[in-house]
Design a protein around this ligand. Structure first.
Ligand code: NAD
Ligand code: UDP
Length: 353
């Protein structure tokens, strides 16, 4: 089975994706600096898969602690992968590693450009030198311009409004340049995620933000647990169904499965570059999300209305027809499932990992 390098594999989306890769039989190499994650996530990934398959998968998951800005370490991982097992090296990369806090990126753009862009350049360079040209990159819906109505397709205007989003746009551009310059070699997919929430149903892995969460879902779970007093809803006068912001929430396991489908699509097809939305195509307002969370989990979530948050938009919902068509992929876990699984994770792990 193929060997895959997963950068940032200990993080929220990375850990769920590592789980699906192992379930599908891939051998994985993870590089993670643990700047925003814990080693325990990958231990728990192994726990889940060992239990499911009734055998030990620890040999299939190799973990390297370090930063993708460290070229020597990346080289070492590629070298190790060749001296291992069948002698084939890493054949594909899923690139999650990066900083992702929007506000922090506004306060410290140098850090974001340095870490996300320089780290990515390093990675792509080492891949190229090691003759590995299959890449799935974590992009984001935050690259889309804000003044758009209706569902967002891949041709919608690109105009990020913060340094975090800019780094994603720039990396996408760099990948387009690589594809153009070496057009018979690279197979690339930049996946533009909408709003991943929820957790694996076991409650063993999930999102573990450091400090007070910025995003709505982990904020709700902290309020449910009593760690925060109430949800502050940013705006009640948006032009939406009930005046609160609408987003396209996608279960992290559907997203993880989308990565494996994308990787397999790339392996099975000619060199190409694809920019692709991963979302459900369905929008829910903040109030709908809170009500669903309350109903599914039989809890009360206190909330108050605040003024709008700067940089927000009324609604951001994916047109996901490209992913459905190309990948034969269908996100099939409901908002109820997202709320149930997300709460189970938080309830079992009030302090995260
Ligand atoms: P996360 O912070 O949980 O995971 C990122 C992982 O990368 C962490 O384990 C972190 O320790 C590691 N990391 C960060 N910088 C690194 C570096 N320079 N070298 C090595 N490791 C490094 O975030 P996530 O939610 O799992 O997101 C994964 C990717 O998806 C990120 O690139 C993020 O920008 C993108 N994304 C996330 C969302 C979201 O809502 N979660 C939405 C759109 C895009
Ligand atoms: N939101 C909110 N209170 C919060 C965090 C977010 O009302 O504490 C709203 C926000 O205005 C948006 C939606 O919830 O309408 C999703 O916000 P999030 O930050 O989770 O995702 P993003 O805005 O990046 O899509």
């Amino acid at each position: 089975m193929k060997k895959i390098l997963v950068t940032g594999g200990a993080g929220f989306i990375g850990s769920h994706t590592c789980l699906v890769l192992l379930q599908k039989g891939y051998e994985i190499f993870v590089i993670d600096s643990f700047i925003n994650s814990s080693r325990k996530s990958l231990k728990n990934v192994l726990k889940i898969v060992d239990e499911e398959k009734k055998s030990s998968f620890s040999k299939k998951l190799k973990i390297f602690e370090g930063d993708i800005r460290n070229k020597e370490l990346l080289e070492e991982i590629f070298n190790k992968s060749r001296s291992d097992g069948n002698g084939n090296g890493i054949e594909g990369v899923i690139h999650f590693a990066g900083l992702k806090a929007v506000e922090e990126s506004v306060n410290n753009p140098f850090l974001y450009w340095e870490s996300n862009i320089f780290g990515s350049i390093n990675l792509f360079d080492v891949m190229h030198k090691n003759n590995c040209h299959t890449l799935v990159f974590s992009s984001s819906a935050s690259i889309y311009g804000k003044n758009q109505t209706g569902k967002i397709d891949e041709y919608s205007q690109i105009n990020p409004i913060n340094p975090y989003g800019t780094t994603k746009m720039v990396i996408e551009r760099l990948l387009e340049d690589l594809q153009r310059s070496f057009n018979l070699t690279w197979r690339i997919a930049s996946l533009r995620y909408f709003n991943p929430i929820g957790a694996h149903y076991s409650g063993l892995i999930g999102e573990s933000p450091i400090g007070i969460p910025n995003n709505i879902f982990p904020y709700i779970t902290k309020v449910a647990f009593g760690a925060l007093k109430e949800v502050r809803i940013f705006g009640d006068d948006w032009p939406t169904i009930d005046g609160t912001g609408v987003r396209d929430y996608i279960h992290v396991m559907d997203l993880a499965e989308g990565h494996i489908k994308t990787l397999e699509y790339l392996f099975d097809n000619k060199p190409n570059i694809i920019n692709m939305n991963l979302g459900t195509g369905k929008g829910f307002s903040v109030l709908e999300l809170i009500n669903t969370f309350e109903n599914v989990n039989n809890l009360k979530i206190p909330y108050v209305f605040n003024s709008r948050r700067s940089g927000d938009v009324a609604s951001l919902v994916a047109n996901n027809s490209l992913a459905k068509k190309l990948l034969n992929w269908e996100p099939n876990r409901s908002l109820r499932q997202m709320c149930k699984d997300g709460w189970k994770w938080q309830f079992k792990n009030p302090e995260g990992y």
